[in-house]
Write a protein that binds this ligand. Structure first.
Ligand SMILES: [Fe+2]
Ligand SMILES: [Fe+2]
Length: 243
């Protein structure tokens, strides 16, 4: 898979996620703003065929449950469920890529790598998954690409759609039925920031317990989610005075 292998050129991923636009370079700024709101349809069967050839059946079933969970969670928060569906379906495209391939694709696309990515390239499957979504399936939507990129480590300042996909990956029904998971499922339907905070802290606790390395992006996501959770809790409180 080279870059760009698809007829639609979305540019390099870092650029795509930091610049306002996107696919068609000859449109006026006004049209671009309007275009940004329209989600390009995804050929779901084409993605399923690709997944059938590149991931085991167990993983495909997880992916389908993440897609469904992301749709439901997006609908619960009145977010764009079609973007959630696309990101859910595409989130683990690179899950079975070998470490060398993950590093090569990430570097070729100019992604900024943390030393932790070199030590544990598997974490790059999220970022590289967005590259595959763009190059194999022509996905150009910034929010969808970002949600795919952010599904494992999160990101400080990520969108609500990214929070939904990040959480859907953790709470989909196949993850289990423990008390903690059921609490996280409830929390995910109450407050997205609190649930992201909880997920990061659970993940860090487990990494510490196993004496494993922690990617700094998890801590950055956790600190951001903590601040957002505190702000959202404050704004939830009823006003005590009209002054
Ligand atoms: Fe993943
Ligand atoms: Fe996943």
């Amino acid at each position: 898979m080279g870059h760009p292998s698809h007829s639609v050129d979305c540019g390099f991923l870092n650029d795509a996620l930091h610049l306002p636009l996107i696919c068609e370079s000859d449109l006026s700024a006004q049209t671009l703003a309007a275009e940004k709101k329209i989600l390009k349809p995804l050929d779901r069967q084409q993605v399923l065929n690709w997944l059938g050839a590149n991931v085991p059946e167990k993983r495909l079933n997880h992916i389908l449950r993440v897609e469904e969970t992301a749709i439901k969670l997006a609908q619960h928060y009145d977010l764009d469920w079609e973007r959630a569906a696309q990101a859910g379906l595409l989130h683990d495209l690179a899950k079975y890529f070998k470490p060398k391939r993950l590093l090569e694709l990430a570097k070729a696309d100019g992604l900024e790598l943390d030393p932790m990515d070199e030590i544990n390239p598997h974490l790059l499957h999220a970022d590289v998954g967005a590259i595959v979504a763009r190059d194999e399936f022509g996905v150009c939507d910034i929010e969808v690409l970002a949600a795919i990129r952010n599904h494992t480590l999160g990101r400080a300042g990520m969108s609500l759609l990214s929070c939904v996909v990040f959480l859907a990956d953790s709470i989909e029904p196949g993850r289990g039925d423990t008390i903690e998971l059921n609490e996280l499922r409830k929390l995910s339907h109450k407050n997205l920031y609190h649930a992201v905070l909880q997920t990061c802290e659970d993940s860090m606790r487990s990494l510490f317990a196993n004496r494993s390395l922690v990617h700094p992006r998890v801590l950055q996501t956790r600190n951001w989610a903590l601040q957002m959770a505190q702000q959202s809790t404050k704004s939830d409180k009823p006003k005590l005075s009209s002054a």
